[in-house]
Design a protein around this ligand. Structure first.
Ligand code: ADP
Ligand code: MG
Length: 339
């Protein structure tokens, strides 16, 4: 008898899992911002240094964690967001896999300070390559302050695979903008190498769009809304004359989660038909609200694709919504601005 199979130690299992969740600094940004939103934060601050290579920090004023939860949060498959498999079909939070913190802690040096408002003291946890280095009580503000330092310090291959700072920063900005657009009710700020790049107060979606993309958008967009029992579409679309040669200001959110969807993109373009010059792309920020039982949400953590059980209906409703918005704005160009 010669048995050879062994269970991997947690640190190795976590490092392997991290390969899926943490591809680059922007993945850390996405996971931490989503955790802050899930924790009910009203205000979230993101700090990055060296395009996130040496530091990604997220400070929130959300629910915070108890001492035990603070430690548990770094365990794999440890989550407060689902309890049963039924919960998978009614997910309202951004996270639910319980993998992000464990994965990040496997490939970085992490420091977390967290406190629940009801408690007098908070907890500091220091963890590095899945190994807890320190845990102590500290005094700190309510909420959670997470520092992720020296990403991939123990995975040189991953570190070398990272692109230039400007490319990595672009990915970080993409993630930041997606989360900030999806949650205008939360204030967000971004500091890049000690410089404030964004300071977005909480408010309505229209205000968030203008704060993020510029005042010029104020009278360049039209409100869009269409409701059916199956799905609701709402958001803003850019007027045809504001179309640009780049197509990176196009956003779909399904139940507040950013997605890419070529088929729906096609529906939007269909509504613009004949109004855009060749190679010009319209701006849009469109929210699709749908009962979670009609979508397959259990997709890969980093993937942004999604499946609807009746895709053709969503297509038709999307096209109708955008058409209607264009028609409305044609009739009354001075559409009221609701911020
Ligand atoms: P998930 O978000 O899928 O549950 P994570 O690994 O991202 O998994 O987080 C694990 C748990 O840690 C969360 O379920 C939550 O209870 C807690 N947590 C993480 N970040 C925060 C935060 N910023 N504020 C409060 N609790 C948090
Ligand atoms: Mg999470």
């Amino acid at each position: 008898m010669h048995n050879v199979i062994q269970l991997l130690p947690d640190s190795i299992a976590n490092q392997i899992a991290a390969g899926e969740v943490v591809q680059r600094p922007a993945s850390v940004v996405k996971e931490l911002l989503e955790n802050s939103v899930d924790a009910g934060a009203k205000s979230v601050q993101l700090v990055v240094r060296d395009a996130g290579r040496t530091l990604v920090q997220v400070i929130d004023d959300g629910a915070g964690m108890t001492e035990t939860d603070a430690r548990m949060s770094f365990e794999r498959h440890a989550t407060s967001k689902i309890r049963s498999s039924d919960d998978l079909f009614r997910i309202k939070t951004m996270g639910f896999r319980g993998e992000a913190l464990a994965s990040i802690a496997a490939v970085a040096q992490v420091e977390m300070r967290t406190r629940r408002a009801a408690e007098e003291l908070g907890t500091l946890v220091r963890i590095e390559g899945s190994e807890i280095k320190a845990q102590e009580q500290i005094s700190c503000l309510p909420g959670t302050n997470l520092l992720v330092k020296n990403l991939f310090f123990n995975v040189p291959a991953r570190r070398n695979f990272l692109k230039s700072n400007s490319v990595e920063m672009r990915h970080i900005l993409d993630e930041f903008q997606r989360v900030a657009l999806a949650h205008p009710e939360v204030a967000f700020s971004l500091f890049q190498d000690d410089r404030e790049v964004f300071n977005l107060p909480s408010g309505k979606l229209s205000r968030r769009i203008v704060d993020m993309f510029g005042k010029g958008y104020r009278d360049q967009m039209a409100y869009c809304e269409e409701q059916t029992p199956y799905v609701t579409v709402r958001g803003y679309i850019g007027k045809p004359e504001s179309a640009k040669k780049t197509r990176n200001e196009q956003y779909f959110f399904v139940n507040n989660r950013f997605i890419k969807h070529n088929y729906l993109h096609h529906a939007v373009l269909g509504a613009y038909e004949g109004t855009l010059p060749d190679n010009y792309h319209p701006f849009y920020v469109l929210f699709i609200d749908i009962d979670p039982s009609h979508i397959d949400i259990n997709i890969h953590p980093t993937k942004t694709e999604i499946k609807f059980d009746d895709e053709r209906s969503v297509y038709a409703i999307m096209m109708a919504a955008v058409r209607k918005a264009m028609g409305v704005y044609n009739l009354s160009p001075s559409l009221d601005f609701d911020s």
